[in-house]
Design a protein around this ligand. Structure first.
Ligand SMILES: NC(=O)c1ccc[n+]([C@@H]2O[C@H](COP(=O)([O-])OP(=O)(O)OC[C@H]3O[C@@H](n4cnc5c(N)ncnc54)[C@H](OP(=O)(O)O)[C@@H]3O)[C@@H](O)[C@H]2O)c1
Length: 269
């Protein structure tokens, strides 16, 4: 790939991509990183190719999957002929963190996704039983081979991040995927600030709290609904906009229907 040699650019759009993504992307000041602000998650996704393709059309061009989700094949099918429009993120399970296992897991993901590179390859959870140097060595080899563009992690604490970065010799950790929503704000206890200061993108998972019902259950005064009505937006749009209004935070909601994709879209929100 032409821009593999520019390690500090996470997303360097071609002119076509700039046209589509400039209004919806988020740039990290200290890394020059540019990513779609709203992505699309596929955990428990059963929607087939149409909602995925609708999401891509709406600009939700970061698609997140994982070897454990069982959705890499459907993602691969949905992005056929559209690979250049998509920033593809997947994850490796902690049990595959030995260097050779990680490389083999990446090869399997590439096959299932039907692509020759993963844009963001993420360690799904920390694994305290395998030294972090093992997966990070494998990750750097995958980057050197052009099979992975950027290294990410998920569910990592500040201490995990410090150790993981120290184990990398040539690359930087680009993103940490963590739970973050109106009702799950644990990362505000220090992790969010650390990532903001260190140029690590936060990818907010479960940004709709896995279901808007979970937000309503702790919102007896119906604040979310009232804000949505007052701003003529859907509750999903308000919840997502709240996440991505934070510096260095992008969000990856999951939607199984084209209707939900449309009403969660950030356009105009
Ligand atoms: N790294 C990790 O450990 C980890 C853990 C959990 C999740 N994740 C990632 O984060 C993604 C999203 O998290 P999530 O799946 O837990 O939940 P979420 O995105 O917070 O919520 C998904 C729920 O919201 C509904 N929804 C979507 N659009 C809507 C709309 N416009 N109006 C009303 N409801 C709407 C969906 O319904 P329908 O499905 O019926 O459309 C689904 O029930 C996952 O798919 C996965 O990629 C990562």
């Amino acid at each position: 790939m032409a821009d593999m040699g520019i390690p500090r650019i996470l997303y360097k759009p071609s002119s076509e991509k700039i046209e589509h993504l400039s209004a919806l992307s988020k740039k990290q000041a200290n890394q020059g990183i540019r990513l779609p602000e709203i992505g699309f998650g596929t955990w428990n996704y059963r929607g087939g190719v149409e909602p995925l393709r609708a999401a891509i059309e709406c600009g939700a061009r970061l698609i997140d999957t994982a070897e454990s989700y069982g959705t890499e094949e459907i993602v691969g099918e949905a992005i056929k002929g559209r690979r250049h429009q998509v920033f593809l993120a997947t994850k490796v399970l902690p049990r595959n963190f030995r260097r050779r296992d990680l490389i083999a897991a990446a090869e399997r993901s590439l096959r299932r996704l039907g692509t020759d590179h993963i844009d963001l390859y993420q360690l799904h959870w920390p694994n305290l039983t395998i030294p972090i140097a093992e997966p990070m060595r494998g990750m750097e080899e995958l980057v050197d081979a052009g099979k992975v563009r950027f290294i990410g992690v998920s569910n990592f604490s500040v201490r995990d991040l410090v150790n993981a970065q120290a184990a990398l010799s040539r690359q930087q950790i680009a993103a940490n995927q963590v739970r973050y929503s109106l009702i799950e704000r644990t990362i505000e206890g220090g992790l969010l600030e650390y990532c903001q200061k260190n140029g690590i993108m936060i990818i907010a998972y479960s940004p709709l709290a896995t279901s808007l019902r979970n937000i309503r259950a702790v919102d007896p005064e119906r604040v979310l609904r009232r804000v949505a009505q007052a701003s003529a937006k859907s509750e999903a749009q308000v919840a997502l906009n709240w996440c991505v209004s934070k510096e260095n935070v992008i969000a990856i909601p999951k939607a199984s229907t084209v209707a939900h994709v449309g009403s969660a879209g950030k356009e105009g929100a």
